[in-house]
Design a protein around this ligand. Structure first.
Ligand SMILES: [Zn+2]
Length: 220
């Protein structure tokens, strides 16, 4: 499905796509690389509490880091390449994309932004469950308070595993922070990186072209 409301000329569209791809890729590589470092580091830090505990903790933290970076990326405020990863559920993030200005505090801050995305996702997921339960109710099956049951079950699991909740949140925040810090470095510290001998590909600079926003809104 592809709907283009304001029709851009083809050349610009292809160019914007070409510029966009490596940027998402760069962020993916950063997410994976930091995840690879975090897994053994977490294991070592938790090892004194037992190997099984350390392995579970490392898996939870690294998993949350990867999920956050790859699926809950800060660029959900603009990038349809990210919400495409949600498959048929891509539309979950459309209101988020419409409401949050690109690279704003609400999407690109270190701690608040990823937590906000979690809360947003939870609210939308609950709305979907409520709607699903209502649909099932109309054909005579299911329970109308399914969302309350699902929430109660989830919060119960969380209450019984507070350590794992903390590790999950830490990983979820670090996965987003790796993205945000990379964005900051590119805009603010590009010169310093070059002094340090690190060269970033030029395409990355176009990462935040706000002018693309309007066009991308309705595109799939
Ligand atoms: Zn970004």
């Amino acid at each position: 499905m592809r709907r283009v409301f304001s029709i851009p000329h083809k050349g610009a569209e292809i160019k914007s796509k070409a510029q966009h791809m490596p940027d998402t890729r760069t962020h993916d590589i950063i997410t994976l690389a930091t995840g690879v470092l975090l897994a053994p580091a977490t294991y070592v830090l938790l090892e004194s509490s037992g190997r099984e505990y350390a392995a579970t903790g490392a898996a939870v933290l690294t998993g949350a880091h990867l999920i956050s970076g790859l699926l809950f990326s800060p660029d959900l405020d603009i990038d349809s390449a990210i919400d495409n990863r949600w498959g048929v559920f891509f539309w979950i993030w459309r209101p988020y994309m419409w409401i949050i200005p690109h690279r704003h505090f609400w999407s690109h801050s270190l701690v608040i932004a990823p937590l906000l995305r979690l809360v947003y996702f939870y609210v939308v997921a609950m709305l979907i469950v409520i709607w699903g339960a209502w649909l099932l109710g109309r054909i005579g099956i299911g329970t109308p308070d399914l969302h309350a049951q699902a929430s109660a079950w989830m919060f119960d699991v969380m209450r019984r595993n507070p350590d794992m909740v903390r590790l999950f949140l830490f990983g979820f925040i670090s996965g987003s922070a790796a993205h945000t810090i990379a964005d900051w470095l590119v805009t603010g510290g590009r010169r310093y990186l070059q002094i340090a001998g690190i060269r970033l590909r030029d395409g990355y600079r176009n990462h935040d072209r706000v002018s693309l926003r309007r066009r991308r809104l309705f595109r799939r």
